[in-house]
Design a binder for this molecule. Sequence first.
Ligand code: DAH
Length: 364
Amino acid sequence: MTNATIPNLTAFDEAALDKAFAALEAQARDDAAGVDTEGFRLKWLGRKQGLLNEVSDRWLKAAPPQARKAVGQRFKVLKELVESLLEGGSGAGPSDAELKAEAIDITLPGTRRLTGAEHPITRTMSEIVSVFAALGYSVGVGPEVETDYYNFESMNFPPNHPARDTQDTLVVAGQERRPLRDRLLLRTHTSPVQMRTMEQQPPPVRIVIPGKVHRNDAADATHSPIFHQVEGLCVDTSITFSDLKGTLDHAMKALFGSAVKTRFYPSFFPFTEPSADVQISCIFCGGKGCRKCKQSGWIELLGCGMVDPAVFAFAALKQPAYDPKKISGFAFGMGVERIAMMKYGISEIGSLFAGDMRFLNQFA
Ligand code: DAH
């Protein structure tokens, strides 16, 4: 860049000085916008040929004594402008628009972060689990995509057995070329984790298994194709049906209040023998009979039974200690949604899955 030079001043009156300095200020702003920083610094602040030096020599030092102060003041302003331009400023401080963009209105409310809360399903599931944890049960989990072997065969549902039809299974596509027992499906119950647990450890076993299950069910007020269960398994020497009754009676009282009564109704499951459905006295009418219990005074809540020796025989393939002649056990399985709906007075299962904050906030 060739250095322009500064013309000598011919007049030192205020108007002439204003005009001369205004021209230089405009020039400085143009330069700052147009040239690189180093070029700008050299042109204006260079030790020998910088324009400010020239202004100092030609205008300030040459000024008649009575004009010194006026020139000096303007020189100071010009110098500050140049320095501020060099630092990347606009030379005039931030513009109104810039100030507005940066402005913070400290009277506005802060950004509110919603605190999460436990979902009623999760909460119910942990509540059930803690009732059994207090009895010395540990907690297990298993895969949601399961093989036919664990979901059915090892739970004593033989191939083509009609009890399979009660489970409305969703199967993984493209498995037809595999042997039946290896075919993948979405587990229809948490019972397969009974077998997975026994294969991993010899008796005694006391375990509860909370988890998600899937069935090809049409959704209605009380059915959802995805729901949750808590499974239980207790295996030891001399476990009897009385132990099963005592354990589940205690659990129902812990979950629904000590006034609740239980009764065991004959039922069928392939993996238990004998099997029972557990009913509790209606928590809405106390057993007198109402619409909720269809005037019966009882509400059916879960399935259970003594572990079928055929199930132990499958477990014994990996853990010989599951010898049905030496050990016995009971199992149970309950639907979490049903229990949550009863506890919290929810009438539509779908509201548990809709993600509507107005519903969920009631549990926060
Ligand atoms: N698996 C059964 C179902 O989903 C529930 C069940 C019944 C589990 C009896 C058990 C049991 O462990 O003993 O319908």
